[in-house]
Design a protein around this ligand. Sequence first.
Ligand code: COI
Length: 391
Amino acid sequence: MTVPASELKTLGATTTIAGSGVGVVPSAGGATARARAAIRTELSGSRRARPQDGELVFGRAFTDHIAIADWTEGKGWTDPRVVPYGSFSLDPASAVFHYGQEIFDGLKAYRTVDGRVQLFRADRHCRRLAEGAPRLCMPSVDPDLTLDLLLGLVSADRDWVPKSEGTSLYIRPTLIATEPFLGVRPSKRYIFFIIASPVGAYHGAAGFSPARIWVEDKYVRAAPGGLGAVKAGANYVASLLAAEEAKARGYDQVLWTDAKEHRHLEEVGTMNLAVVIGDELITPALDGTILGGVTRDSVLTLCREWGVATSERALTIDELLAAHRDGSLREVFGCGTAAVITPVGELGWKDERILINGGKPGPLAERLFKAITDVQYGRVPDTHGWTIAVP
Ligand code: COI
């Protein structure tokens, strides 16, 4: 069921049109379950160049607005606002530039088949960001404030939510340390901002094209006690060299293995891993090195409802190879916000090449992709309360 935003909160925004100097008080609001933060809104007086739906690529074009809030020690979060998109001016000594004190999240808004705009599992994304920030000694953004900023931004930019099949608005909430200070300690100032980018269908018109994945045995994405369980930018920079080397070998991405023995399977590229052996879907347990993916949770929820056996546990390359040899390895796929589901058609491990399901997408991957995207695009009723309507 879609939760109308008006039932979540009272809208309390003040809107001005940039350049006009005219204050306008909007507000679709109403009776509510919780008070909505007062988001100052300054609408842009100009429009940025917008790609046609057919030209969309991931993360290149950005909408007319940005949502921002500031945090300073002693004051907490202040001045949450939606304002025209533009560059920041930051002191070169800002902590984020030197010690990488940064965390982000990624979620999507969809235009439904009947023309509504809705966020998918925004509450989970807001909570994940709030729970991850303390690992980086950053102040959490109250999930309600993040949700209000998300709704304010997407509402201001709702025309940017593309219409064509498979397209969406990718939204990137980001928290950065901005105190100009080179001492190695947590910053005393932060900026939280949210930007949004219309993106094309991840899987093209031809449908799923299974990825070729190199099982990494040299580099490490995350070590026990490290940052692997949170969406820190540092995890992604740690992944770049391995991905580049895998591409040079002819693969699309890497399958990460554990830091100590390189035998336990962890994540695949920027996605959570799912493997079907026999009739069971196995995904690595959230043991501290793995991000608690929202799509991972959707996959587990749906499988349990469908009566598919699921297991969150350790899974080694040896078990996967044995399952391949005895014919019980049925499917391997990644799950994440950007692509939803990405089937893996082939794995490269040292000198071995492992073809999965004849190099074709498996039936569970296809069923999950359809079930999740059906909810995202409003083609079926949302029976889980996963969607939030954008006013
Ligand atoms: C996801 O698909 O969930 C991601 O995190 C991808 C993003 C880093 C581009």
